[in-house]
Ligand binder design. Structure first.
Ligand SMILES: [Zn+2]
Ligand SMILES: [Zn+2]
Length: 777
């Protein structure tokens, strides 16, 4: 019997070649009907035999008929009246004035079909470094404005040749409406310059060969890619890697690496089956992998951590380069220190001329700089540490539409911003630390660009509570919008809730470095009973003094002295700890004239409460413990000392230290680590190995947080725990805590889509504001 069904498909179904795929499948099965984009997703009307329609629906959602980049969230079908005499299937073009969802999708790694063509001597795109199709290639990084059409991208300057145009127009072709379609005749080209910008080689293929030769000889080459420039150097050549560190002014932070195949990566790191899948995924992120012992990677690539960050080639150019006998390269962001990633040719020469020996350039302009994303594994699941290329601007969906557009300003550290439109939460890529003036300007530009790209007119602006955050000040400066301020750790929990489609309440455990509290203290280790509507502080790490404000997050001696003083109370005598301070590695840096001998002054500062804040920061406790174990006394980059502490953990240790949970009437429960620190210092004095002490310290925290969650359950009868905050980027602690919580009957939620660190904050802020708007609270 002939039927007609109307099917609404939601999820990531626009701008991913979905309508052509529907068209091809419908034609193959002999179904009539129509397909079009609308505000919710894609609507398909199908007419034909009932069982053929059922077959269509099954095949649409599975390989090989499902478009590779599509993610179907729901697929709902209703019967409608049959249209007599209809026997064709058609695609209805998008209405340019329509309110369809934005079609801008993420930048995607070269697909297997394109790579096969690139390797085929008979293909007209043989060895062409800009080959792409509907299923792969740049998107977000080249779009200037909407609608997503070639004239609105940086490809507008390249006029398609007849061969490319024919594929672009053919609905049955893999390149149907693939905006960046190009070939050696009509598309972008590659050339090689010296550090001054003088062209050394003008031809694409010989430029790539020469760049590879320079890299093999230990030179630093700046390579223009998809989202910006990389600085590349042979990862096996220690001298070359050191030279790069020196020139880039990046003394300590681990470098990411790129390899041409999984087999190459497996020579240097341990690659699980899941890690292999993530490495090979269309998003092609950097994946943190356990180091193989005794690998040949230069020691300066990633000191002080137990992982290597590896990615596979993702631009066709990378494949062509690695084919020239390249083993493995450091591929680090093309910038100086913490400035924004560079994506323009002139800027690269100006800023990186002192760093790179040569530049592998191309003339496909990058409109948006997008960093590489970074993924690691928590509880055996891939989770982002940095969400950027490949993932942005894919929205996170809510169940209901929000009645007003919202702008969420994010955090000042590891900033991202988030826009709310209808049922979509659109997070920006990782923008960086706003204290750098150039990063701040990039932030302001990003807000405007994304607002325009997604046609968002915010009526609500939401920011952190911190009065001196630049993001807060920016949000408050906006006119004609309602301002909402959200406490930092509450926003962290909200990010977990919205990812899981929940509104709470749950028991939220948030552990991080710093976040402004409602009492003016700096919060950091918090247990909250939280929903999207409100939160209540159930418990926290007992306050201690943090002398020296911003310097305290870099100089570990500051929290250390304060914690010692608090733990020993009136019995504290500085000379009793001389032996301990002798073990601490003194470090001076350009920015800070810090010396260990300063401890007397810092102590005085604490006693007289000069420039001191009260804090429950857990990050700073990690700093203090790392310093005591001789791992360094200065965070040259965020969480350097905590990461070093995690890296040395001895496996198989189940011991822990004592701690106290103090409950007083009408007060939040306080976690006191005084006993922990006393026992830990006794272990240091007795020369127990640093790896064992570190394990015992981590074990203590997991048990203490479990105890806190149990108390919260007793008092609220809630059984779901949401974990978030930068400290939960610590794999050992988080995996252990999740296991303990589950063993004790809790359901555990954690961030899967956005980072647990401040990079996920804007999502949580946006979710709370959307809830407020929808409930009219
Ligand atoms: Zn492709
Ligand atoms: Zn062409």
């Amino acid at each position: 019997m002939i039927k007609r069904q109307k099917i609404l498909v939601t999820g990531r179904v626009q701008g991913v070649g979905f309508r052509p795929a529907v068209y091809r499948l419908a034609c193959r099965l002999g179904l009539a009907g129509i397909v079009y984009n609308d505000t919710k997703g894609v609507t398909i009307e199908l007419q034909g035999e009932e069982k053929t329609i059922a077959e269509f629906l099954a095949r649409l959602q599975s390989e090989p008929d499902k478009p590779p980049l599509a993610q179907i969230k729901s697929c709902r079908a209703v019967d409608i009246a049959v249209i007599e005499g209809q026997d064709k299937f058609t695609i209805k073009p998008s209405d340019p004035q329509g309110t369809a969802l934005s079609q801008v999708t993420a930048d995607i790694a070269a697909c297997q079909d394109c790579l096969a063509e690139m390797a085929d001597e008979n293909d007209f795109r043989h060895e062409y470094p800009f080959i792409n199709c509907t299923n792969c290639g740049p998107r977000y990084s080249i779009v200037k404005t909407i609608p997503y059409d070639r004239p609105n991208t940086t490809m507008s300057v390249f006029k398609m040749c007849p061969k490319c145009a024919a594929q672009y127009e053919d609905v049955t072709d893999r390149r149907f409406h693939a905006q960046p379609v190009a070939c050696p005749i009509c598309g972008p080209k590659i050339w090689l310059t010296d550090s001054k910008g003088q062209t050394i080689i003008a031809k694409t293929d010989s430029s790539i060969a020469e760049a590879a030769r320079l890299l093999r000889a230990g030179k630093i080459v700046a390579i223009k890619g998809i989202g910006g420039f990389h600085l590349a150097v042979d990862a096996l050549a220690e001298q070359a890697v050191r030279r790069l560190r020196q020139r880039k002014r990046r003394d300590h932070k681990p470098f990411a690496m790129m390899a041409g195949s999984i087999e190459k990566i497996k020579k240097y790191a341990i690659v699980s089956e899941l890690a292999e899948q993530v490495l090979k995924s269309p998003q092609s992120p950097i994946v943190l992998l356990p180091k193989k012992k005794g690998s040949a990677i230069a020691p300066s690539v990633a000191g002080g951590v137990d992982t290597f960050g590896f990615m596979l080639c993702y631009a066709p150019l990378h494949y062509l380069l690695f084919a020239q006998g390249i083993e493995v390269l450091v591929m680090t962001s093309g910038n100086i220190s913490d400035e924004p990633l560079i994506c323009k040719n002139e800027k690269a020469l100006e800023k990186l001329g002192q760093v790179a020996d040569a530049f592998l350039m191309h003339d496909r302009e990058i409109y948006r700089q997008v960093d590489d994303s970074v993924i690691h594994f928590i509880d055996g699941q891939p989770v982002p540490l940095r969400r950027a290329r490949g993932y942005v601007p894919t929205p996170i969906f809510m169940e209901e539409n929000c009645r007003q557009d919202i702008f969420a300003a994010g955090s000042d550290l590891k900033n991202t911003l988030c826009l709310v439109k209808q049922n979509q939460l659109i997070c920006s890529e990782h923008i960086g630390d706003l204290e750098d003036a150039q990063v701040y300007h990039h932030y302001i530009d990003s807000i405007e660009h994304l607002r325009q790209l997604f046609e968002v007119e915010p009526k609500v602006a939401v920011s952190d509570l911190h009065p001196s955050y630049l993001s807060t000040q920016y949000a408050r400066s906006l006119s004609g919008v309602k301002i909402v301020q959200v406490q930092h750790h509450w926003a962290h929990i909200a990010s977990v809730l919205v990812e899981h489609g929940l509104s709470g309440p749950v028991i939220g455990i948030v552990c991080d470095g710093t976040g402004y509290g409602t009492d003016g203290a700096i919060w950091g280790c918090e247990c909250m009973i939280a929903s999207l509507e409100k939160f209540e502080r159930f418990g926290h790490l007992a306050y201690y003094d943090l002398p020296g404000a911003d310097r305290a997050s870099k100089e570990a001696i500051r929290p250390l002295l304060s914690l010692l003083k608090k733990s020993w109370g009136k019995d504290f005598r500085l000379p009793n700890f001389d032996w301990l301070f002798e073990r601490i590695k003194p470090e001076t840096t350009e920015n800070s004239k810090f010396k260990i001998q300063n401890s007397k002054f810092i102590l005085e500062q604490i006693e007289k409460r000069i420039n001191c804040v009260q804090t429950s920061s857990l990050g700073r406790v990690f700093d203090a413990v790392a310093a005591m174990l001789g791992l360094g006394s200065y965070n040259h980059f965020d969480a350097q000392l905590p990461m070093a502490l995690e890296a040395i953990i001895e496996s198989g240790i189940e011991d822990h230290y004592d701690f106290e949970l103090i409950s007083r009437a009408n007060e939040a429960v306080q976690l006191d680590l005084g006993k922990t620190l006393k026992q830990l210092i006794a272990d240091v004095q007795n020369d127990l190995g640093a790896g064992t002490i570190s394990a015992k310290f981590h074990n203590t925290l997991s048990i203490a947080l479990l105890a806190m969650a149990k108390q919260a359950r007793e008092s609220t009868k809630l059984n779901i725990v949401a974990l978030s905050g930068g400290v939960f980027c610590n794999r050992y602690l988080t995996d252990r805590l999740i296991r303990l919580l589950r063993q004790n009957g809790f359901r555990v939620l954690f961030n899967r889509e956005v980072p647990a660190n401040d990079g996920g904050l804007s999502l949580g802020q946006a979710a709370i504001a959307a809830y407020i708007v929808s409930r009219g609270v």
